[in-house]
Design a protein around this ligand. Structure first.
Ligand SMILES: Nc1nc(=O)c2c([nH]1)NC[C@@H]1CN(c3ccc(C(=O)N[C@@H](CCC(=O)O)C(=O)O)cc3)CN21
Ligand SMILES: CC(C)C(=O)C(=O)O
Ligand SMILES: [Mg+2]
Length: 309
């Protein structure tokens, strides 16, 4: 086995191991069942192979390749600039990692806003080219025709209402939505319309918990909340927020469940120190020549030294 084969061989071994021990695959109908049995649906974002492996192996039901990657992976200050091709690239990496969870691709800004036909075409790319099982789109009654056409094209759709980050400029910032009675009524109508149009589930983001509770009670499809309180059928968070890797002031709804930044800083710092001290790499981390070649090399070096003198 050559050195360059090391990684792929290792990946194949662990893939086989996972096949024998993995729990049953989650499907979209399972989410419906969970709602009716009042079992919370767990969802998280992931954007790459390594983190998606960890999320999937932890038994999370749904992995969203969120357009939030524009901010947490690419360092942009909104989600607006990320492209379909960039989203496809990350969705493919996540797809290779995930065995059990549902993989959902977030349709980026501009990929479904010009026309229904373009939206359907882009959604099909996420299913066909990246292996997603559903797509997510932001919006309510303004997206009903698209939702219907996607369902008709066998593309499961998840809606997204409330604080919809692609509406940044209209909202004038990432502010909590659905605070006036008028706005609440709009949200309720949007939610029931999405259900009637055939949406599989709906993400409720950045709204008072009371509003999310009413929407959840009104719908037969599951609601998945982020900053929408504990009464939704499930919860989702951005992976980087969960583990303190997002480098921004966390929103009120974020709970940091671990500190990967501290762990990574410490590991990076130790590596740097040990390289500076020449204690890394050690003997055990080095490759060696056979006896004969080693002797020849040493003889050569000695001969050069003799000439130089
Ligand atoms: N790291 C990260 N986490 C997210 O949850 C997330 C992203 N990025 N990027 C895309 C959107 C943007 N999101 C955000 C960003 C900021 C707030 C925020 O700071 N909200 C205020 C609410 C102010 C009010 O009361 O209206 C807060 O203080 O929580 C909320 C959602 C959610 N999404
Ligand atoms: C936070 C979730 C719902 C999202 O849309 C994203 O990560 O882009
Ligand atoms: Mg998003």
């Amino acid at each position: 086995m050559s050195v360059t084969n090391f990684r792929s061989t290792d990946a194949n071994a662990s893939t086989d191991e996972r096949a024998s021990s993995s729990a049953t695959k989650v499907t979209l109908p399972h989410l419906q069942t969970k709602k009716h049995q009042r079992q919370p649906i767990t969802a998280l974002t992931a954007y790459d192979y390594a983190t998606a492996r960890l999320v999937d192996e932890s038994g999370i039901d749904m992995v969203l390749v969120g357009d939030s990657l524009a901010m947490v992976v690419m360092g942009l200050d909104s989600t607006l600039a990320v492209t379909v091709d960039e989203m496809l690239h990350h969705t493919r990496a996540v797809r290779r990692a995930v065995r059990r969870a549902i993989v959902v691709a977030d349709m980026p800004f501009g990929s479904y806003h010009s026309s229904v036909a373009e939206g359907v075409g882009n959604a099909i790319r996420f299913i066909k080219e990246a292996g997603a099982e559903a797509v997510k789109i932001e919006g309510g009654r303004n997206r009903l025709e698209l939702v219907e056409r996607l369902v008709d094209a066998e593309v499961p759709v998840i809606g997204h209402l409330g604080l919809t980050p692609q509406s940044l400029h209209r909202m004038g910032g990432y502010s909590v939505q659905g605070k006036s009675m008028r706005a609440i009524d709009e949200l309720m109508r949007d939610a029931t319309s999405l259900e009637h149009a055939g949406a599989t589930a709906v993400v409720l983001e950045g709204m008072p918990r009371e509003v999310a509770k009413h929407i959840t009670a009104d719908l037969s499809i599951p609601t998945i909340g982020i900053g929408a309180g504990p009464d939704c059928d499930g919860q989702i968070l951005v992976f980087h927020d969960l583990v303190n890797l997002s480098f921004s002031k966390p929103a009120k709804f974020v709970r940091q469940f671990g500190d990967a930044a501290a762990l990574f800083r410490s590991a990076i710092g130790s590596y740097r120190e040990e390289v500076l001290q020449r204690s890394f790499p050690a003997e055990a981390e080095s490759y060696h020549l056979g006896k004969e070649e080693r002797a020849t090399l040493e003889e050569r070096a000695a001969a050069k030294f003799a000439i130089a003198r």
